[in-house]
Design a protein around this ligand. Structure first.
Ligand code: G6P
Length: 553
């Protein structure tokens, strides 16, 4: 019920504040006060009773261009001059007016402010004293990940290899192993504490699956310039254009994103691409081209296997671009260039939104590189990605159907196979990885034509085969592959795209640009995996034996 006013400008604030308070007097008139600030400091005037009384108490010789004012309707503490706002902390460093009730003020007072002498009986003074206490407290923290300490600070200093740090309450001293002091400015972690909460979701994974349309839209925005054209840093484009071959290096889900990225870059920008599993590359380096460019894809930016390759290729003098979700991560710092995923923190161990974000960023990189190389694409990527985002939303809303597919095919099975051709094969690999990671069903992905060269021996009565059919040029062939396994007893779950569907299909994805189909097609696979794991009583967010960020070789 109290009223608050504030002013900052060039005029003297006193009269402006007093007039404002007069207008607010209907909200409370048992006491009132103003605090104004000028070069000499903060001047507080307060009085019991009406604004007219306060006017009398104000020292007119004080001229100050900023101030706050308050008219009080008493809750905590009787109407009195002491209880009138503004309230100040003991040292006078902080001055506060407040409207509302601090319900836990007594607990705060007991737990944190036992040594403070209070001037009033108000709950407000507890807050202003607490602010002073926290501001003066002086603390430092250490953490493997900024998000661990987000509740106490957003200021972080990175520690590099071969550095030591001495942390005290008052300060942080970084030294090299030779004892040389390193000066490094802190950076602000641009993380929202709410991003790392589950909210109303039962699992982070489900929340992160649902965030995907939003992430794609955010990426479109982040990579557009002021003319709404897709934009990539000129240095990166220069490096892409100069390269005679691109080597994508990654692990796990990021490796699967790399496979799709190869398709984007080769199809649109016409640069040859090889995709390598990092742990293999470091011990078995392929014969490199004359002008290679390395692209590291890593959600965390910390994966040891990928970093080992980065160190190797930097020693050889090659350039590296890292595509990561974590600004300031090791891979990002040690690469020449970085493209950020803007996906927000991914907490569930099984990667979902980072994968689609990686695809979206790779598609933009490929399209803008194509343009730099004078290649005209016959579609507008922004528009196509916007359609993808809308389609993702439709798919995310179809959870009941996804759950019923999971129950129909995966409730009790021991194993499952994913098949697809072209980019569907790559999405199938990711679908199989998702399923095995969180449900522990032995799931494997195969190129549609390859299954018959061995793995078909594993097909038994009712073995689930999840087949993707989103690509027109291989639609008939993948359907032929499905027939081969059905003839041997398999239980087929065909997921196709609108325009290619047949009656036997279990689920039809709305139409999106064919090359971008992985961004949409992966969502049913993520959701099916989620529900399979849920119905098999698995720990969805923290599957056994896995870790989110693997920082050992
Ligand atoms: C771990 C995670 C995977 C992830 C892989 C690569 O194995 O469990 O989900 O795909 O590391 O991680 P990165 O952070 O480099 O993308």
């Amino acid at each position: 019920m109290c009223g608050i006013v504030g002013y900052i400008g060039t005029e003297d604030s006193k009269e402006i504040l007093l007039r404002g308070l007069e207008k607010l007097e209907y909200r409370g008139y048992d006491s009132a006060g103003i605090a104004v600030v000028n070069n000499e400091g903060v001047h507080v005037f307060k009085e019991k009773g009406r604004i007219a009384e306060l006017r009398q108490a104000v020292d007119n010789s004080v001229v100050a261009p900023a101030g706050i004012g308050h008219t009080r309707w008493a809750t905590h503490g009787v109407p009195s001059q002491e209880n009138a706002h503004p309230h100040q902390s003991t040292s006078g460093r902080f001055t506060l007016v407040h409207n509302g009730v601090i319900e836990n003020y007594a607990i705060l007072k007991r737990e944190y402010l036992q040594d403070v002498t209070f001037k009033s009986e108000t709950d407000t003074e507890v807050i202003v004293q607490l602010i002073e206490k926290i501001a003066a407290e002086g603390f430092n923290v250490v953490a493997s990940d900024a998000m661990a300490m987000l509740q106490v600070t957003d200021q972080y200093v990175e520690l590099m290899d071969k550095e030591t740090v001495i942390v005290t309450k008052e300060g942080v001293t970084i030294k090299t192993l030779d004892g040389e002091v390193v000066e490094r400015a802190p950076y602000t972690a641009e993380l929202d504490a709410s991003d790392i909460e589950k909210g109303t979701y039962p699992h982070y994974m489900l929340k992160e699956i649902d965030e995907q349309p939003l992430v794609v839209r955010k990426i479109i925005q982040e990579y557009q310039n002021e003319n709404n054209e897709l934009h990539i840093d000129a240095d990166i484009l220069g490096a892409m254009d100069e390269a005679d071959r691109i080597y994508i290096v990654a692990c796990g889900t990021s490796y699967h994103a790399g496979l799709v990225g190869k398709q984007f870059i080769e199809t649109w920008a016409k640069v040859p691409v090889e995709v390598h599993v990092a742990s293999e590359f470091s011990y078995n380096m392929p014969l490199l081209s004359e002008k290679p460019l390395f692209i590291f894809i890593s959600q965390s930016g910390e994966t040891a296997d990928s970093r080992a390759v980065l160190v190797q290729i930097k020693e050889l003098g090659y350039k590296a671009l890292t595509i990561t979700n974590v600004p300031g991560s090791t891979l990002s710092r040690e690469s020449d260039y970085t493209l950020l995923l803007h996906a927000g923190p991914e907490i569930a161990v099984a990667s979902t939104k980072a994968y689609t974000a990686q695809l979206a960023v790779l598609s933009i990189l490929a399209a803008v590189t194509a343009k730099t190389r004078g290649i005209e694409l016959e579609f507008d990527l922004v528009q196509e990605l916007a359609i993808v985002a809308n389609t993702m939303e439709v798919l995310c809303d179809d959870k009941e159907e996804m759950e019923s597919i999971a129950l129909q095919f995966l409730a009790t099975t021991r194993n499952a196979f994913f098949i697809g051709r072209s980019v569907d094969y790559y999405v199938g690999l990711e679908g199989a990885l998702k399923l095995k990671e969180i449900s522990y069903i032995q799931a494997e992905g195969f190129a549609g034509g390859e299954l018959k060269h061995g793995t078909i021996a594993l097909i038994e009565n009712n073995t689930p085969i999840i087949a993707l059919a989103t690509q027109e040029h291989v639609n008939l062939s993948i359907r032929g592959n499905v027939k081969e396994v059905v003839a041997r007893g398999a239980n087929p779950c065909i997921i196709s795209m609108k325009g290619l569907e047949t009656e036997e299909d279990r689920y039809v994805i709305p139409k999106v640009h064919e090359t971008l189909s992985p961004l949409a097609a992966v969502i049913p696979l993520q959701l099916i995996s989620y529900y399979a794991a849920l119905h098999r009583d698995c720990d969805v967010d923290k599957p056994r034996n896995l870790a989110k960020s693997v920082t050992v070789e």
